[in-house]
Design a binder for this molecule. Structure first.
Ligand code: NAD
Ligand code: ZN
Length: 356
């Protein structure tokens, strides 16, 4: 089992990573006298993993379960309200804890519920997607308001993150690709050689059962950990975690690719622009990298020239974009990011050149 601790503004919490550790959650909660535990999960995760968790927890705790329909629509005011009413009806008190069992949607939703119910009750993350290595660390929790993402939210750290990588066995290839894009992003934000190890160990496919995988995941989480410990509330360094996301989010808003597929495309674009700015367009984005990304089946034709105006407007939050600049994270070198403000016309030209 791999282990590390994350320091947040009010407490330090452990992250445990390993295969099969979901069966032993109660062991890691020893000494915590939660009056009740409320597991919030979705129907897919329920089917695969609920019993694994409850069989063990039932011996030491009173358990309640609230299940939502899978998908982003669970991060809504309606579902949030249903859960809060349920907690109240079940007499969940201030010394109870919420367990988020699922991917990033469940982590964000359950975390926001926990952070607001009775001004905040304890919260435990049991992530089950690869993407959740990003979402379950750093304390950001939120729901959406209509189509505006993460607009109602909080910074709220869990007591524990228990990450059983065996749960990746039931993830689709598309979901694995989505999460792996964030690992690659983290690889570009550190000088510790993570990127090369990702390329070496996952050279043909993303195999979460590979011997080295948990170690790579830990290294990827450490990149995020270091950044959020420096700047928990995102005034400076935490913005670098948006590498690939300025364009990625805009594509995600208008196309039906997964978050990570859009982020990978956005990342490749930033690597291209970073190279151009240094007078070496292929400095970061060379044939080898493109071949690797292609072999992992990331789509590389997500957008067309006709999408550019809409994308640039999205990046500028749909406001009038004339004279307005848009912030991108670029790289001076691997592990050395910086913020750059680009004008809409510049971005369009870079995109046209990049798409060639
Ligand atoms: P998700 O939670 O919707 O999970 C993706 C799909 O996989 C769902 O259908 C789910 O039911 C299913 N699933 C989950 N675990 C499974 C398993 N082990 N086996 C089979 N199916 C499984 O989505 P996600 O991609 O994990 O997370 C996306 C969300 O994370 C977005 O809402 C995004 O805003 C949020 N996010 C938050 C942060 C943060 O810092 N808080 C960071 C990045 C992303
Ligand atoms: Zn992301």
């Amino acid at each position: 089992m791999e282990q590390l601790s994350v320091r947040s503004y009010n407490h330090t919490y452990p992250i445990l990573i390993g295969k099969g550790i979901r069966y032993k959650l109660s062991k890691f909660l020893k000494g915590k006298d939660y009056s009740q535990l409320v597991i919030i999960t979705d129907e897919n995760v329920y089917k695969h993993y609920l019993n694994d968790i409850t069989d063990d927890l039932n011996r030491d705790f009173i358990i309640k379960v609230f299940t939502v329909s899978p998908g982003e629509q669970a991060k809504s005011l309606k579902v949030y309200e249903e859960i809060q009413k349920y907690l109240l009806a079940e007499n969940i008190d201030r010394s109870s804890a919420v367990i988020a069992l699922g991917g990033g949607v469940i982590g964000d939703l359950a975390g926001f519920v926990a952070s607001t119910y009775m001004r905040g009750i304890s919260f435990i993350q049991v992530p089950t997607t690869l993407l959740a290595h990003d979402s379950s660390i750093g304390g950001k929790v939120a729901i959406n308001l209509n189509s505006t993402k993460n607009v109602l939210g909080n910074f709220y750290s869990p007591d524990l993150v228990l990450y059983d990588t065996e749960t990746f066995l039931t993830l689709s290839e598309k979901e694995l690709r989505s999460g792996f894009a964030e690992m690659v992003k983290h690889g570009y934000l550190t000088k510790n050689g993570l990127l090369n190890r990702l390329k070496l160990e996952m050279n043909e496919s993303i195999n979460p059962m590979a011997k080295e995988f948990d170690r790579l995941l830990l290294e990827s989480i450490k990149v995020k950990q270091k950044i959020v410990e420096l700047d928990e509330f995102e005034s400076n360094e935490r913005k670098f975690l948006n590498l690939g996301h300025t364009l990625g989010h805009a594509i995600e808003a208008i196309k039906s690719y997964s978050h990570g597929e859009c982020v990978m495309y956005g990342l490749l674009f930033c690597l291209y622009v970073s190279g151009v700015k240094k007078g070496q367009p292929q400095k970061f984005l060379d044939e080898d990298l493109l071949n690797w990304v292609f072999s992992l089946k990331y789509p590389l034709n997500l957008i067309t020239k006709e999408d550019l105006d809409l994308l640039v407007n999205k990046m500028a939050n749909d406001k009038k974009t004339i004279n307005q600049t848009i912030n991108f994270v670029l790289l001076e070198n691997i592990g050395n990011p910086y913020m750059s403000s680009l004008k809409p016309e510049e971005i369009k030209q870079y995109l046209l050149d990049f798409m060639e």
